[in-house]
Design a protein around this ligand. Structure first.
Ligand code: T68
Length: 829
């Protein structure tokens, strides 16, 4: 069957069809030929002389060819069927590496591995050559990546939009225990997974003025920009698993525009003009590393609008290719805002409909209210984004007008509904009054979106009762939650192939890779001795993790206890370190006999601190000094080790998660909107030591309280504990370990003083002291369970068996059905 559709010229079409009438083949010989062709013609190295890195590139290009083939077919299929599409707008995507994931989703992993081995290469070794694509900060960004995988796998017609940062998230380098940041110029060695679309470009306007113009006797606003920058598309195909469907993540890069500053050429300063043009590229050059503190920087706002404007132009262009009337827009378009970062899209679509499509306010507003949905990933009002009105007015003058108009209409309506409750009106206004006037992006989003989603059930409760209470009371129907999920393709199939094989063997099928509900079938075997044997072998398979740890000698019998996530006070890495100091101190004070009963532990901590976050950086240093002391204490030996793995990213997570026995999720209750790393650990049969926060509450329902180590104050307890202030009781052990740090037991006592002050009773906002006793109890319970191998193995099996709910496939299906109103559109294979 023809792979391409041709126009009129039948002869030409037949000739081309004759040349390309079959899909690329996946037998060893064809694959080898493809790889060698790419060595010779893409990498431009002799096929007789190339190294692993060059082989990786040739391999990646051969895989990419197959990806493009499916992607074209999917696009043709979507265009033919014309379904409603989802446009997923996110400023961050943490994709990690692509090679292994792609070959597994395409179903050609083993074929490529065989072909390579005959050429004398090992697939895994070449896969190690790939760098991580770290175009995001943390949970939110990795969630976007997991969701793209699920959208493709479930055959949904979706497109992801983001920014092609030249510098990804900073690399963390540890020097003498201190974090240093280095730029991640990830494109240095080329990126075989993207396709540059030199013809898909859109002008993006900034600054300037807005004037009134009369057109067909009607008044219209015209925005005359002061600067224009070009957005160029880079397409990253995302293959589904067990389907031909391949969707795209389109990332925008900024390039100078020919419309930019034409006068400077005319005034003759050619060299200056060219240099100035080049500055345009800085818009998409850097990912802002500050997790959840929007600083209202001009470049950051420019970046956001740049991304939004290019995406909106692309979406409208695609719609207009096949439709004349905007009445159908809501039937064909769903726009998802991943947090408020892309919420300028609301004002941008409104602007295009009003000023360019001349729809009139009411028609345009009606469309806006039908197409946008918004997911918030934040729990506190303080973390909600605000943009200074002055900044917005100078950079995006027309958008500011539109936002004011939306707000005016909303305020008028609101007054009719709630009366003249001025405090409440002020809280709900999009415009925050004060010394500096701000635009509240969350308010804008809630007012304009048909649905506001939280990321766990508890998160929705907090939104309803605290953060968005005023809005919830007004529009209860808008508020929903979709508990987050992660993709089992990346987090089991790719990163833990031996567990994957074991699960498939015991379930008698690989179907769980697409249909995660089947995992529950493992429960039937939870007490099976034979499975226990195999599962235990699997749990002991910590070798990769040991290699990652590097030069710290550890015992393989030890419990591998892992705490990996961004370093943040609310995530309480400090609680973990204090617990480790307490363990160290206890072992030191034990007699020989008691020492024999100690369960050896390898504690692993990993995570980045935002560059300006002093306290978080001190926590990293504390971890290092404590590690230094413990790891070199002969008295302790194998009983306790502490390792900090630098530069945590997706690839490190892929090594660490499969090797962990216990993982820690210690957020003060009410602070973690959901948490997603816990889901990856759970799927891998790792036991959780956690507070009852975010999605953990739902995990308790799925795997049972008895299979987890829970501790700490509940969300309802937290306010009362905080209120106690200096009267709050903390255990003696806590005072003792804090004293050890204060007294300089680990050195640098002056440096750590502020850290200790932060957890001083009366000052301890995150309740480290209040939760300490309960934390130690949970740790002791974990030790006790670990010694009973059968019990531990059974708990581990039950965790994996109960993790099905936490697949992003379930999340995406809920979004598709309840929020976006999109249907699967499966490309025939
Ligand atoms: C996280 N948020 C939540 N934000 O903290 C986590 N913010 O509980 C949740 O599981 C996850 O989102 C997915 O829903 C973030 O990761 C950011 O990374 C971020 C980045 C820039 C600005 C603000």
């Amino acid at each position: 069957k023809p792979r391409l559709e041709f126009g009129e010229e039948k002869i030409k079409a037949e000739r081309m069809f004759g040349l390309m009438d079959v899909f690329l083949k996946n037998d060893p010989l064809s694959l080898q030929k493809d790889i060698l062709d790419h060595v010779e013609f893409t990498v431009a190295k002799s096929r007789f002389n190339f190294d692993d890195f060059e082989a990786y590139h040739a391999l990646a290009h051969s895989v990419r060819d197959r990806l493009i083939e499916r992607w074209h077919d999917t696009q043709i299929h979507f265009n033919r069927k014309g379904p409603k599409r989802l446009y997923f707008l996110s400023l961050e995507f943490l994709m990690g590496r692509s090679l292994s994931n792609t070959v597994i989703n395409l179903g050609v992993r083993d074929q490529f591995a065989d072909a390579l081995s005959q050429l004398g290469f090992e697939f895994e070794v070449l896969a190690e050559q790939e760098g991580d694509a770290c175009l995001g900060n943390g949970g939110l960004a990795r969630l976007s990546a997991c969701q793209m995988d699920s959208l493709a796998t479930l055959d949904y017609p979706a497109i992801g939009y983001g920014l092609r940062y030249q510098y990804g998230l900073f690399r963390q380098v540890i020097l003498d225990g201190f974090q240093h940041e280095q730029p991640d110029y990830w494109l240095n060695f080329g990126n075989p997974w993207e396709i540059e679309r030199v013809h898909i470009t859109y002008p993006v306007k900034f600054y300037g003025t807005v004037t009134d113009e009369v057109l067909n006797k009607e008044k219209h606003k015209v925005w005359v920009p002061g600067e224009v920058v070009e957005a160029v598309a880079y397409d990253n195909p995302i293959p589904g698993y067990g389907t031909r469907n391949t969707i795209v993540l389109r990332l925008w890069a900024a390039k100078p525009s020919d419309q930019h500053n034409m006068e400077s050429y005319n005034t003759g300063d050619y060299v200056d003009a060219v240099v100035n043009r080049q500055r345009a590229e800085s818009i998409s050059s850097i990912l802002y590393p500050d997790d959840r503190s929007y600083q209202g920087k001009e470049l950051q706002l420019k970046q956001r609008y740049f991304f939004v404007s290019a995406s909106v132009q692309d979406i409208i262009r695609r719609f207009k290719d096949t439709h004349k009337n905007f009445n159908e827009f809501p039937e064909k378009v769903a726009l998802q805002l991943n947090d408020t970062h892309p919420s300028l899209a609301i004002a941008e679509v409104m602007r295009v409909l009003l000023d360019e499509e001349h729809l009139g306010w009411n028609r345009a507003w009606d469309i806006i209210c039908k197409i946008f949905s918004y997911t918030t990933h934040t729990v506190s009002s303080e973390a909600m984004e605000k943009i200074p009105v002055d900044l917005m007015g100078s950079l995006l003058p027309r958008h500011l007008q539109i936002i004011y108009d939306i707000n005016f209409n909303f305020m008028e309506k609101l007054k009719k509904m709630i009366g003249l409750d001025y405090d409440r009106l002020a809280r709900m206004s999009i415009v925050e009054e004060g010394a500096v006037k701000n635009i509240r992006m969350a308010n804008l989003s809630i007012i304009c979106c048909h649905t506001v989603n939280g990321v766990s059930r508890l998160h929705l409760e907090l939104l309803k009762t605290k953060v968005f209470r005023d809005f919830y009371e007004l529009w209860p129907h808008k508020f929903h939650y979709k508990t987050n999920g992660v993709t089992q393709r990346r987090w089991i199939v790719v990163s833990n192939p031996s567990l994957c094989a074991l699960i498939s063997k015991w379930l008698g099928t690989e179907a769980w890779i697409r249909d995660i509900d089947l995992l529950i079938g493992l429960r039937d075997h939870a007490t099976n001795a034979e499975l226990h044997q195999e599962w235990k072998m699997e749990l002991c398979n910590d070798l990769m993790l040991v290699c990652t740890i590097g030069n710290v000698q550890v015992s393989l019998n030890a419990m591998f206890d892992v705490h990996t996530k961004r370093i943040h006070e609310y995530k309480r890495q400090l609680l973990n370190i204090l617990g480790i100091i307490h363990r160290y101190d206890s072992i030191k004070n034990m007699n020989k006999n008691d020492r024999k009963k100690v369960v050896p532990r390898v504690c692993i901590i990993s995570g980045k601190a935002a560059p300006g976050y002093e306290i978080a950086k001190k926590i990293i240093k504390l971890c290092h000094v404590v590690a230094e002391k413990i790891n070199n204490d002969n008295d302790i030996g194998d009983l306790l080790k502490l390792v900090f793995i630098p530069d945590y990213n997706v690839s490190v997570a892929e090594l660490v998660i499969p090797g962990a026995d216990l993982s820690q999720h210690l957020s003060t209750a009410g602070h973690e909107a959901s948490g997603t790393s816990s889901m990856k650990f759970l799927m891998n049969g790792c036991l959780l030591l956690a507070t009852e926060d975010g999605s953990t509450i739902e995990m308790i329902e799925e795997v049972g309280r008895e299979n987890m180590f829970l501790f700490g104050a509940s969300v309802n307890d937290v306010p009362a504990l905080r209120e106690k202030g200096p009267a709050l009781k903390v255990p003696l052990q806590f005072l003792r370990v804090v004293r050890m740090i204060r007294d300089g037991h680990f050195g640098l006592k002056d440096y750590f003083k502020s850290l200790c002050d932060k957890i001083e009773t009366g000052n301890d906002y995150f309740l480290v002291g209040a939760d300490f006793a309960s934390y130690l109890e949970a740790q002791a319970a974990a030790d006790k369970a670990f010694v009973d191998e059968d019990r531990w193995t059974q708990m581990s099996i039950l965790c994996a068996a109960g993790s099905g709910k936490f697949s992003s496939d379930r999340t995406i299906q809920e979004y598709a059905e309840k929020t976006w109103g999109i249907q699967p559109c499966r490309c025939p294979s």
